[in-house]
Design a protein. Structure first.
Length: 107
């Protein structure tokens, strides 16, 4: 089995493995390259062995490469009040960043 980790970014938690592409909440593009480092690692596992953080694992990080940025599918938000002829609709597209997980490092 390959190594895996649970990282926290953008207020959400993601289960990641090396070589995996994931869409996360939009993060600012780092200066001088396309690499990002996630240092909020909650769990690291390999095979049957699992290491839990309390709440984070010390000196652990996940290295990733930024692939692209974009917007998700449109979500329609509708408001309605009965008996008053009130109807309002609004659309929203959540921005995201697509990253490729390169390496999981635990010291």
């Amino acid at each position: 089995m390959s190594k895996f980790a649970v990282i926290k970014t953008g207020g959400k938690q993601y289960l990641v493995r090396p070589g995996q592409k994931i869409k996360i909440e939009k993060i600012p593009k780092p200066e001088g390259g396309n690499s990002a480092v996630f240092d909020q690692v909650l769990l690291i596992g390999e095979g049957e062995g699992v290491e839990f953080g309390t709440p984070l694992i010390e000196n652990a990080k996940v290295q990733a490469e930024l692939i692209s940025e974009g917007k998700g599918k449109k979500v329609i938000v509708a408001r309605y009040h009965s008996k008053t002829r009130y109807r309002k609709t609004k659309g929203h597209r959540q921005p995201f960043t697509e990253v490729l997980i390169k390496e999981i490092v635990a010291k």
